[in-house]
Design a binder for this molecule. Structure first.
Ligand code: ZN
Length: 102
């Protein structure tokens, strides 16, 4: 009961707070990028079943594996991709917290 609440709070509420606190002038753009980072969950469509509450995404799905995560980390080093990288890593952290709570 509490697990999905925390999970979606981390996916939707905390990014809004991050955007408002750290990027007050362009919080809308930053928030949209954070929400857009959820598109990497499209890789779940390759799995069978598509949704399994007892499966950890990290290391399982192609856009949640360690190569992809390394790529998201590298994005932090370039100004143009920094916020996207941050949003993607936040998504990964949120999914990882969900795995720990299983
Ligand atoms: Zn995910």
């Amino acid at each position: 009961m509490i697990r999905p609440l925390i999970h979606y709070g981390f996916h939707f509420i905390i990014p809004l707070l991050i955007a408002l606190c750290f990027f007050p002038k362009q919080w809308k753009k930053v928030y949209i990028i954070f929400i857009g980072a959820m598109l990497i969950d499209l890789d779940h469509l390759l799995a069978n079943p598509v949704f399994d509450p007892h499966r950890c995404s990290i290391g399982f799905h192609p856009l949640h594996n360690y190569y992809a995560i390394t790529g998201y980390f590298i994005m932090l080093f370039f100004t143009k991709t920094r916020i996207i990288g941050l949003a993607l890593l936040w998504h990964i952290v949120t999914d990882q917290i969900d795995c720990w709570m299983m």
